[in-house]
Design a protein around this ligand. Structure first.
Ligand code: F6P
Length: 356
């Protein structure tokens, strides 16, 4: 059999551990198996590029960040668009899947990658997805690989920011990745004892934010830490689509929600307020031991599914078990933070504000 592997969308820690585990499981359990890497995610498949993955390519990569296959973003909405009256990207990918002689394609990616993977399945390709993203927002899995490392990085960053904030008696707003889902901000915020956590799932009120911070200062607090998801929204903007929100913000001359909010907080409370955007630090670097283990388990399991001929699925974590979901059932759905769920209620119970 011939197997292809690609990594698609934003990278994260653990991608290489998955690649390694897939390769090791297949080569250990099937003689004469051929494994190829497809570079740049779906981009490489569209162009029809692949190269053999040899043992020396993958044996020492379990602790390596990024992806040895490289990645790219190929928007789902462009898959059915034909270029210069030629075949669509989807058609080109299906043709190249056949030309390469693949029996199975592993797609390591997030929610967008899974949507395209489901399309490929519908066109007759044998695909197995793997749940990657620091956002932890893939439907049907308790956890995605890459998330836990990002939580560690963001927590460590907030810890560091806290010491300088304390020296200067400042209010610090720390922007954490996550456009649709606030998992990363929520987990790192709780772990690093943030006073306030602002996430897309719980639109906040500027008045509530300022009142809470002012009340804390009045009660004797000298430093305030606010963890803000990059996709956090004001209650007044919640009804808008993302594009409309971006337009309105640009019209108002705002750069990001974090900067905008920091200015208002500074003006209204009178305390020195600063922002810090953690950005790509959260995606880069060495995967945690947890992510190496989780990614390896998911990779080995996906390879096992492939050898059993179980396609059109994505590996997933449920409790402490590795399992699978049908791609057709989970594609296009997101797993978001439940504003009334246990973890949010717990956080509120220990005094963390969500700006409402
Ligand atoms: O992959 C998820 C993610 O890291 C989001 O949290 C973030 O909004 C986005 O990717 C950034 O994407 P890009 O790498 O395209 O700037």
């Amino acid at each position: 059999m011939k197997f292809g592997i690609l990594t698609s969308g934003g990278d994260c820690s653990g991608l290489n551990a998955v690649i390694r585990a897939i390769c090791l499981h297949i080569t250990k359990n099937m003689k004469d198996a051929e494994i190829v890497g497809i570079p740049d995610g779906y981009g490489g498949l569209i162009r029809g590029e692949s190269y053999p993955l040899r043992r020396e390519d993958y044996e020492n990569i379990v602790g390596l960040g990024g992806t040895i296959l490289r990645t790219s973003r190929q928007p789902y909405k462009l898959m059915a668009v034909s270029e210069n009256d030629g075949p669509t990207r989807l058609q080109r990918m299906c043709e190249n899947y056949k030309k390469m002689g693949l029996d199975c394609l592993f797609t390591l990616g997030g929610a967008g990658t899974h949507k395209t993977a489901a399309l490929l399945c519908m066109e007759g390709c044998n695909v197995i997805g793997l749940p990657k993203t620091i956002d932890n927002d893939i439907y049907g899995t308790d956890i995605t690989f890459g998330f836990q490392t990002a939580v560690e990085v963001a927590t460590d960053a907030i810890d560091r920011i806290r010491t300088t904030a304390a020296s200067h008696s400042r209010t610090m707003l720390i922007e954490i990745m996550g456009n649709k889902a606030g998992w990363l901000t929520l987990y790192a915020g709780i772990a690093a004892a943030a006073d306030m956590i602002l996430i897309p799932e719980i639109p906040f009120s500027v008045d509530a934010v300022c009142d809470f911070l002012a009340a804390e200062r009045a009660a004797g607090k000298t430093t305030s830490i606010v963890a803000v998801a990059e996709g956090a929204v004001l209650a007044s903007e919640a009804k808008f689509k993302k594009s409309e929100r971006t337009f309105v913000r640009t019209e108002r001359g705002e750069s990001t929600v974090t900067k905008h909010l920091a200015e208002i907080i500074g003006e209204r409370t009178g305390y020195e307020t600063r922002t810090d955007v953690l950005g790509y630090l959260q995606r880069g670097g060495t995967p945690s031991a947890y992510d190496r283990l989780m990614a390896s388990r998911l990779g080995g399991y996906a390879a096992k599914l492939a050898l059993a001929g179980k396609f059109g699925v994505t590996a997933a974590v449920s409790g402490n078990r590795i399992t699978f979901n049908a791609l057709a059932e989970i594609a296009g759905k997101y797993k978001l933070v439940d504003p009334n769920g246990d973890i949010v209620n717990f956080a509120k119970g220990i005094g963390i504000s969500f700006g409402i």
